[in-house]
Design a protein around this ligand. Sequence first.
Ligand code: TXA
Ligand code: MG
Length: 404
Amino acid sequence: LHEWSVNGVAEDVIGPLRDAGEYLRTNDTPVAFPTETVYGLGADATRSTSVKGIFSAKGRPSDNPLIVHVSDLQMLRGLLQNTTPDEDPIPTMYKALIDKFWPGPLTILLPNAQPSKLAPEVTAGLPTFGARMPSSTLALSLIKLAGVPLAAPSANASTKPSPTAAHHVKHDLNGRIELILDGGPCQVGVESTVVDGLCEPPVILRPGGISLEEIRSCPGWENVAQAYKDQSEVGKAAPRAPGMKYKHYSPKARVILYEDSVSLGRTGLTAEDLAETLNTSRAGCKQVGIIRTRIWKAGAGLQMVAKEATNGTSEVNGHKIIQNALYEVTTAELRSKSGMTTSRVIDVNLGSDIRKIAQGLFSALRDLDSLGVDVIFVEGIDDKIDIAAAVMNRLRKAASEIRS
Ligand code: TXA
Ligand code: MG
């Protein structure tokens, strides 16, 4: 099961990974590395001084536990309580999930061994720890070459959207870390699904890159419950995943989320929707971002004045546009009822494919921020389809206002 070696990794990649592995074993400054979900900020999970380095680089509250990343099941078993030699310390409950989704975007909660093999800072005092085997070849190679499990949160500054490209990490952590491994844009784009199979019924603590339907299809997980609280439900009960109580995923701009974009009709957000907000909002709201999750339809009330489809950075109407292969960016002039004819709209279209929306979401929020928009309107999607629960969970946390 999960036979894996670094033999398939190209020579010119192995060298830097070997160096990074050595660095992780001997230094206390964390290393940023790509995974299939988001970039992680990794440290040797067995050494306290090294794990403390993560919290200080990120500005992360110390009561928020970290996920432990392993390259193989042998490494995971080394962290668990060993009973008899022929009894597998991995709880039976997780066998089907591991078979189906590892390596991949799934984190499982496990009982920590006594005495613990992990630095106490990893678990933030909890009797359990979260573990995941990422599918990114670079991540697996790095863990294997480091030879130790890597504790790693997302490599963003605390409260910011998670990084899905190396330059996002550099933007947030420049001067705080020494090493970023650049593996290009992340494939999944939202973090792993966190599940707890140690309670009855088992629960999803954080929606992520593996959908509810996929989890439910595994024996023993048919009745899995949702234990996370989205913004609309905050305050009803104490959050169970400690990280979920903090401000999260927030760009500088105010985010206004349209919860159910289906109710907006076929054409999505219109100039009238935006005008209504811009008229009632404080003056100076001149730069507007829109994140669309459906095919942009001409004649929706926004007049497209420029459309860029190439890579790189360009100027459109005096505005710097960061081109991104993950989505289409256009600028449009907001007309109609707003009376704010000088307002500029940066229109980002993530398309209507949920996997693509997830992949481009954090990048879009960050790009709009770097363009200096004051407000970002987002067309929400139906959170019951595939991994849309993860997309909407992050957006509800990022939003300062939710409309239905
Ligand atoms: O995809 C991912 O999971 C990324 C990549 C880097 O692997 N990592 C990530 O880590 O998102 P972080 O620290 O940003 O989020 C970890 C989440 C938090 O919500 C935390 O509270 C929860 O997992 N968690 C970790 N250990 C836990 C535990 N023992 N009990 C409950 N929740 C736990
Ligand atoms: Mg995070």
